[in-house]
Write a protein that binds this ligand. Structure first.
Ligand code: GLN
Ligand code: ZN
Length: 768
């Protein structure tokens, strides 16, 4: 029997070297191109990607090439395959339906979007109930396979597996309380069986089913329950009479717990992510019947691999007695940019260093191909490449800026006293006396609408077209307008509006030592949206104050308190490409110390309230429950390093972008922020009783305006949310604010909504 190809990747970036997919999608959505033109552009991109992969050393004819393209999202593609369309989309079909599910349309809200495991990618959450239609409804996987075949490539279709698809689904509107979408597994499985037969008929030799749900402890089923379900589902699928061979992957985590189930269900190949997981001990498991696909090249990071270490790992994997041993990436390369060759850095030394140290998708394909050669011909055959990798890693370790002893010492000297503030009661009294705020103080989360004019000014400044002085004047004018507006609205605690920030992480990355921005390092966040995360390559330091001028200017315009506004260490790490040569706990403390200096400078400049946003705290929670405690410890510690240097009468706020606290509720309390604002409008304050139960007793600002939609909430609606909050939280601790920042909203909605928010708060105060 043919074994799995020796070298592969689990998936390639889909957006295109020059963001071709983004451009094609947006042109189509704007009505500038037809459906045919969009599909043609998408097919051209697919063809170019396949050609590129072959150029990089993957083989065109043995299913080495993954076919993981997607117009919008890989989970949505399975929803289409199954025809599992919520009732509200009835009457739409084809691309219109596809994009309505993804983006909503006149009549219907889109499917919800949420983070894909612990990555920055968002998928569309399937809505499954007892009556959701499920049948073989879309032949796209087969069509793409045939199209590639036509171009001369034998691809390996990549599909989110049935267990992961259903484990990520939520119950639909009609489902009874507590309904479990996995109840529909038999029907879903039947569709996958049909798909297998259709692919076999089309000539496919291998398919790849991605099952990351099997490595997560953060879903509503335990990983062992899911492994049991996987065992029965794949045993059935393996029994399909005419089918391609099956690879099941377990990316993003440790697949060991699922391995016994997968090794005995009749699939031909199993993948393990060795970036996050480990190999089984030799002799513990019979792998003689399967090909072991070792995820040896880390597709989460952007760093060049340590080939010596990886080769040693592969030597160990040889001892496991699998039918064959294959090299792959840890997961799809969709989370890294295309090619380091597209980058240049202005500083020649940094440019040379980063080009040596980094490996984006194309470079990682090369590494996989090299290692496969090592397996086939013996690692001596790749000795020059191994030596080069060792040399570069050694040079990286000692390059200027990578290790700065003064920073390491400062982190090493951190102790409990740097992380502890005075008791909350004492602080609250001092802050009440200093701030003299009314009951139910009103505020916003930080950003005000980002107008095209402001974006243009920032871009012109970055290009050097707008002088520093003119830029400063432009931003100050914007700040003055935003402050005046908030005074007119009657808000109690003001913000400067964040007009100077392109992005809440990139802004700080550009001002801190140790980070490098990219020009083309786009990665897909969802659909056509692609941020460009910064590269955190060295020890982090703050050469000078980053926000103090703007905050102090805003404060000089008003007698009301203006909040200083910073992004916390975890969020800076989560939305950058972090280094892999230092533990994240230490990286977080380095950022925490840089922020601590900023916080102290803000305090010295007379800023009485400082907000440190940590919207990514939940997102970075490790998939493996064993790692939770450690993560929560260091993430909380770094926040406290950043914030605990202030006087008792300086008020620390934090903001989190979600309302499901579950596993992190104790950590949120442990942040010890004086005030925490959270998302709560859509769930109608559901989280408050949960918070009260967990003993959370500091200030809290549950959002009363869902800023994710352009809808303007009425005074009554906001009032009813305030009343619901007052039922769970003593008035003394309650703040009134929107769910999140306003940068994506327009001014008209913002003004109307905020004036309703102030009005509703006045009413609620009178009723107290
Ligand atoms: N202060 C930020 C803003 O208002 C917070 C954004 C966020 O939580 N994602 O834009
Ligand atoms: Zn938010």
């Amino acid at each position: 029997m043919t074994t799995f190809p020796a070298a592969t990747i689990l998936g390639y970036p889909r957006i295109g070297r020059n963001r071709e997919l983004k451009k094609a999608l947006e042109a189509h959505w704007a009505g500038r191109t037809s459906a045919e033109e969009l599909l043609k552009a998408e097919a051209e991109l697919r063809q170019a990607n396949l050609a590129r992969l072959v150029e990089l050393g993957l083989r065109a004819q043995d299913a080495s090439l993954p076919e993981n393209s997607s117009l919008y999202d890989q989970v949505l593609d399975v929803t289409s395959l199954l025809g599992a369309v919520p009732a509200r989309f009835e009457g739409r079909r084809g691309l219109e339906l596809h994009f309505a599910l993804a983006r909503g349309d006149q009549g219907s809200a889109p499917e919800e979007m949420t983070k894909w495991f612990d990555t920055n990618y968002h998928y569309l959450v399937p809505e499954i109930g007892p009556n959701t239609p499920i049948s073989y409804a879309d032949d796209r996987y087969v069509e793409r396979f045939l199209e590639a075949k036509n171009w001369g490539y034998l691809t390996r279709p990549v599909i989110v597996g049935p267990i992961t698809y259903l484990a990520l689904a939520k119950e639909d509107e009609q489902a009874p309380e507590g309904y479990d979408p996995l109840e529909r597994l038999p029907e879903v499985q039947a569709v996958y069986a049909t798909l297998l037969s259709r692919l076999e008929e089309a000539g496919a030799t291998w398919v790849q089913f991605d099952e990351p749900a099997l490595v997560s402890d953060n879903l509503s089923h335990t990983r062992l329950e899911l492994a049991e379900l996987a065992k029965s589902a794949y045993t059935e699928l393996a029994g399909t009479s005419n089918r391609p061979r099956i690879l099941v992957t377990t990316p993003y985590g440790n697949g060991l717990s699922a391995l016994p189930a997968l090794a005995s269900c009749g699939v031909e190949a199993i993948h393990l992510d060795l970036g996050r997981g480990a190999l089984p001990e030799p002799g513990t498991l019979d792998l003689g019947g399967v090909d072991l696909v070792v995820g040896a090249i880390d597709a989460r990071s952007i760093w060049r691999a340590d080939l010596a270490q990886t080769a040693a790992l592969l030597e160990k994997a040889k001892l496991l007695g699998a039918r064959s041993l294959c090299v792959a990436t840890t997961n799809s390369l969709q989370h890294v940019p295309h090619d380091t060759a597209l980058e240049t850095w202005d500083d020649p030394e940094l440019d040379a260093n980063l080009h040596a140290w980094l490996a984006f998708a194309d470079q990682k394909v090369g590494e996989v191909v090299t290692l496969a050669k090592g397996i086939n011909e013996g690692f001596d055959a790749i000795a020059p490449q191994i030596e080069e990798s060792t040399r570069i890693l050694r040079e990286r370790a000692t390059a200027p800026g990578v290790v700065r002893p003064e920073i390491r010492e400062r982190v090493g000297a951190l102790g409990e006293s740097e992380r502890a503030r005075a008791p909350y009661g004492e602080r609250a009294a001092a802050q009440d006396a200093r701030l003299a705020l009314p009951a139910l103080p009103t505020t916003t989360i930080g950003s005000f609408p980002q107008t095209t004019d402001i974006r243009k000014a920032r871009a012109a400044h970055a290009k050097g077209i707008l002088s520093d002085a003119d830029y400063r004047a432009r931003i100050e004018r914007e700040i003055a307008e935003v402050v005046a507006l908030q005074e007119k609205l009657g808000l109690d605690v003001l913000v400067h509006g964040e007009a100077e920030r392109n992005d809440m992480v990139q802004y700080f990355a550009e001002l801190l030592d140790g980070f490098a921005a990219t020009r083309n390092g786009w990665v897909q966040s969802y659909g056509s949206r692609c941020p460009r995360p910064s590269i955190l390559w060295g020890d982090v330091a703050r050469p000078k104050a980053m926000t103090v001028d703007w905050a102090a200017f805003a404060q000089s315009l008003t007698d009301k308190p203006v909040k200083g506004m910073l992004t916390g260490p975890v969020t800076i790490i989560a939305w950058s490409f972090p280094r892999n040569d230092l533990g994240l706990a230490e990286v977080a403390d380095q950022i925490g110390l840089a922020l601590r200096d900023e916080v102290e400078d803000l305090e010295a400049a007379g800023i009485a309230i400082i907000q440190v946003d940590e919207p990514a705290l939940r997102e970075l929670l490790p998939l493996d429950a064993e790692d939770h405690a450690d993560y929560l410890r260091w993430s909380v510690d770094s926040f406290r390093v950043a914030t605990a240097g202030v006087r008792p009468d300086t008020q620390i706020h934090t903001h989190l972008c979600y309302s499901e606290f579950g596993q992190i509720i104790d950590a949120i309390a442990a942040l010890d922020a004086d005030v925490t604002s959270i998302e709560a409008a859509r769930s109608r304050m559901e989280v408050l009783p949960e918070l009260a139960e967990a003993g959370f007793d500091h200030g809290i600002g549950p959002g009363v305006w869902d800023i994710h939609s352009p809808r303007i909430p009425s005074v009554e609606e906001i009032r009813s949310l305030i009343d619901a909050a007052l039922a769970a939280i003593p008035a003394k601790r309650l703040w009134i604010n929107p769910d999140c920042g306003l940068k994506t909203r327009g001014y008209e909605e913002t003004l109307a909504s905020l004036s309703h928010l102030v009005e509703a708060t006045k009413e609620a105060r009178e009723a107290l």
